[in-house]
Ligand binder design. Structure first.
Ligand code: NAG
Ligand code: NAG
Length: 644
């Protein structure tokens, strides 16, 4: 700090305000009239009061009273002055697409040169202009790598003109994570860095196959912490993803790439239900605790998935199917309001009438739009009992004819309105051990199920081992969780798997054809020793509450599926096999428009393919327009985010 002080004194001759305090946290202006000049964050004070050296800071709106606003784009001026050497030394032919989302290199092959994020491509594939990007590991094929950063060289040259310099090591330019850290310190936001002992446990993903290293893990206890953290990340040029339960199949909750800011919502554990049955729920609540909490607040119920450890944040904002969804709708359909932190650090309440575009977008694409800190959910009175059904069939996987005819019959039942209505939900499960079972729930008595559904369901099929059992709502939740309790620890959650999964949404208009089922059977028989399972859940059919809505309701395009398949393989050894399951079906039904389900997010898709499969062109285009308005710097980012 002494060095900075000397620097400011030395710069008084440039005609700037004297004796201004130099920013130590990246902010400028404000009541303290803090200047950026001589700070480690860059010399320009942006219109929003952040120090930096990009056009965002030095360009339109730059506040000359709190720093310099000259050389509006230091990175481009450096590029100009050295362009002749660069064009010969850098293999510019390698990358010609200019990064629009701050990523570089990789399979997309984007270059940072000419981007608004800085012209250096860091070792982990981010554009920037500090030593973290231009120094060790900088990738010359995807931008420039000329020595030190713009801001640090500006400081060094200023120091040289000042007689009261310290050694240059004192003035080393901060890395992006150091500058985020300084900013977080300045705002008293709790966080852990890679050097902290708690870091490893916090970043250990559900899917162990995809471990990413966030630059920093923020552990907010207030909404203000989240707002501050998002601004700190934005200012430091770090990408942000929130972690609710951390079950993202692609580990997007830890960034989907090294070097992001993970905002771990584990402290947001509110669960309360008001007189109207509206539950106020913190963004870090896991599904088991949610179901338990609202049951204990007047025996209320919601529809959502069965895994108690899954967090509300990802599950509710990207669909959220459970065996009550054909009756109650998807998890997201029960959101009536949300408190959301946007990329500019603003906290808003979004409803169908207040910020309706953002309310629409967070239900389908919250990972790209904002962080939901609090959900407001319309609960229902839990039914006094529910009927659990399970039928285990033997030998289905021993014969192609049996395999195909069994499913075709189940599909007929699913579409038959004299059997199937909103009260019935089920899925078919099969695996490499020969298991073939149908299980689900019926909102009615055992006697009703046995008289109205069971005879037609089992007609033509070999006699299964059957369970048809009435249960209390709470016992049902425990039963389908596969555990002895649905309550989950709020800290130190430590369940993991190592897997690759894909989904396939099957339109109601076609269903699965016998050709596709035959092809699937033939393919499964090539499985060798790979461990896999397939779950085929019924979404559509007569009375489905899922499919009564459309894309005007939420940014979720899958409202016309009959089935949604989850194809799941253990360890990376199964990737090829699981991909082949999808291919076998798709190739046998080439005219069908299959899609994919967001909550089984598949990291093997490039961004454009993911956008098409998850959203379709119309929804994606509306989301992209909104993203450009509310998050123009792509602060909220993962490899398949809107705009990626
Ligand atoms: C629908 O189910 C009824 C039994 O409730 C059955 O008689 C009828 O044949 C079924 N229709 C089709 C198209 O399978
Ligand atoms: C933050 O972004 C929202 C959405 O774009 C906008 O409405 C709001 O005015 C912005 N707030 C500030 C302080 O810039």
């Amino acid at each position: 700090m002494v060095a900075f002080f000397g620097l400011v004194v030395g710069l008084v001759s440039l005609g700037l305000a004297s004796a201004q305090a130099v920013s130590t946290d990246g902010t400028c202006g404000g009541t303290g009239k803090v200047t950026c000049l001589g700070s480690s964050f860059g010399n320009c004070c942006s219109q929003f009061g952040w120090c930096g050296s990009t056009t965002n800071h030095c360009g339109i709106g730059c506040q000359s009273a709190f720093g310099s606003c000259t050389g509006s784009n230091p990175s481009s001026s450096v590029t100009r002055s050295t362009s002749s050497t660069r064009s010969s030394s850098a293999p510019s032919s390698l990358a010609t697409k200019v990064s629009t989302d701050a990523t570089c290199g990789g399979t997309g092959g984007y270059t940072c040169q000419g981007s608004t994020f800085g012209s250096c491509c860091s070792s982990s594939g981010w554009c920037g202009s500090t030593t973290a990007y231009c120094g060790t590991g900088c990738q010359p094929g995807f931008g420039t790598c000329t020595g030190t950063s713009i801001s640090s060289s500006a400081i060094f040259s200023s120091i040289r003109t000042s007689s009261t310099t310290r050694t240059s090591s004192v003035m080393a330019s901060p890395t992006a994570s150091q500058s985020a850290q300084q900013c977080l310190n300045g705002k008293n936001v709790p966080y852990k860095m890679t050097s902290d002992t708690a870091y490893a446990g916090l970043v250990k993903p559900y899917n162990l196959r995809l471990p990413y290293k966030p630059a920093v893990v923020v552990i907010p206890t207030t909404n203000q912490h989240i707002q501050d953290a998002v601004l700190c990340a934005s200012q430091a040029g770090i990408k942000v993803q929130a972690k609710s339960g951390g079950h993202s199949y692609a580990s997007f909750s830890s960034g989907g790439k090294d070097g992001s800011m993970m905002i771990d919502l584990q402290s947001l554990q509110t669960i309360s239900v008001d007189q109207a049955g509206v539950a106020t729920v913190g963004g870090g609540v896991r599904l088991g605790n949610l179901a338990n909490g609202i049951w204990n607040s007047g025996q209320r119920a919601l529809s959502h998935g069965t895994c108690p450890g899954v967090g509300i944040g990802g599950h509710f904002t990207h669909g959220g199917y459970g065996h009550t969804s054909r009756n109650y709708g998807l998890a997201m359909d029960q959101i009536i309001a949300a408190d959301v932190v946007l990329a500019n650090g603003t906290l808003i309440k979004a409803t169908s009438s207040q910020s309706p575009d953002i309310f629409w977008a967070i239900r389908g694409a919250a990972d790209s739009i904002g962080i939901v800190t609090t959900f407001y959910l319309q609960t229902r009175p839990a039914p006094s009992s529910i009927t659990y059904i399970q039928f285990d069939f033997s030998g289905v996987l021993n014969s192609k004819t049996t395999f195909t005819n069994t499913f075709l019959h189940i599909q007929d039942v699913a579409k038959n309105s004299s059997v199937t209505d909103s009260k019935l939900s089920f899925g078919v499960y099969l695996d490499n051990y020969g298991t073939y079972s149908l299980s689900g729930a019926y909102f009615g008595s055992v006697a009703d199920f046995n008289s109205k559904v069971r005879p037609e369901l089992l007609r033509t099929l070999s006699t299964p081992t059957a369970t048809v059992q009435s249960m209390s709502w709470y016992d049902y939740l425990v039963k389908v969780s596969g555990k002895t309790t649905i309550q989950v620890p709020t800290t130190g959650y430590d369940e993991h798997d190592n897997f690759f999964a894909k989904s396939l949404t099957v339109p109601e208009s076609t269903g699965l054809t016998s050709a596709a089922l035959n092809a699937l059977y033939d393919y499964l028989k090539t499985s060798g020793s790979v461990d896999y399972y397939i779950i085929i859940n019924l979404y559509g059919g007569p009375g489905s509450a899922i499919n009564t809505k459309d894309t005007a309701f939420a940014a979720y395009s899958d409202r016309d599926s009959l089935w949604v398949l989850q194809n799941y393989g253990s360890t990376s050894a199964s990737i090829g096999f699981v991909n082949g399951i999808n291919s076998a079906i798709i190739n046998a039904q080439p005219q069908t428009g299959f899609g994919a389900y967001l909550n089984y997010v598949d990291p093997s898709y490039d961004a454009a393919t993911a956008h098409k499969l998850y959203y379709g062109d119309a929804v994606y285009s509306r989301l992209a327009t909104l993203k450009a308005q509310v998050d123009p710097k792509s602060v909220f980012w993962n490899p398949q985010a809107i705009g990626a």
